[in-house]
Design a protein around this ligand. Structure first.
Ligand SMILES: [Zn+2]
Length: 214
């Protein structure tokens, strides 16, 4: 059995922040960021480089292999937090194969916000140009003191609307699969980050032990 957590949510839902808080509270999570694994693979493997350079999607077998390699290297108790995976129907099938092979115990959370809320939050989202820290509203980065900036993409409603439409088209059907399997819990994403965190912890406390070092 391997504990696996999936976090879904529209742009601006605060997924990243909540993920960090979850990892801190329960401990023993390894992030599997599939995009990053593929980029690393491409750096060390000439044959893979072509996918990066041409912007073509990596074949499913390769995606499956890099994830397997990563899971095989984990200790038995390590929990997995998948980031940006599965994000398509074919990746969902990969997930299903991995789930059988490694006996995943999957908890999927969907942080629900509506489209207006998403647009509104992205408009006020400030990021650190050095380390990707982000928050709603102006300020300086707590990690390195850099002045936070608005991201140009986020202030452009057309770009945001496009991202939201991709979410609805590609990600929503995947979320629906987890719902059909009874593995999804919907979290009300309206309110402050702290309020949403509280709702998430209430759900996850049923599945994971709170870390003693947290
Ligand atoms: Zn920073």
């Amino acid at each position: 059995m391997r504990d696996v957590l999936l976090l879904f949510g529209m742009q601006g839902s605060g997924k990243g922040t909540q993920g960090e808080r979850i990892k801190k509270r329960y401990g023993g999570f390894t992030d599997i960021i599939v995009g990053q694994l593929l980029r690393e693979k491409a750096r060390t493997d000439k044959k893979m480089e072509v996918f990066m350079k041409t912007g073509n999607l990596f074949p499913d077998e390769i995606v499956e292999n890099v994830i397997e390699e990563k899971i095989d290297a984990l200790s038995a108790e390590e929990k997995i937090l998948f980031d940006g995976f599965p994000r398509s129907e074919s990746q969902f099938l990969i997930f299903e194969r991995l789930a059988r092979k490694y006996q995943f115990h999957t908890v999927a959370l969907n942080i629900l916000i509506n489209e207006e809320e998403s647009l509104e939050r992205l408009r006020k989202r400030y990021v650190c140009p050095k380390c990707d820290y982000m928050q709603v509203g102006e300020g300086t980065c707590p990690n390195d003191g850099t002045k936070l900036e608005l991201r140009l993409d986020d202030t452009n409603p057309e770009i945001i609307k496009h991202r939201i439409s991709i979410f609805k088209k590609d990600t929503q059907p995947i979320i629906d699969h987890f719902k059909e399997k009874g593995e999804l819990t919907e979290i009300d994403g309206i309110g402050s980050f702290d309020e949403v965190t509280e709702r998430i912890f209430k759900v996850l406390d049923k599945y994971y032990e709170v870390s003693k070092v947290a």
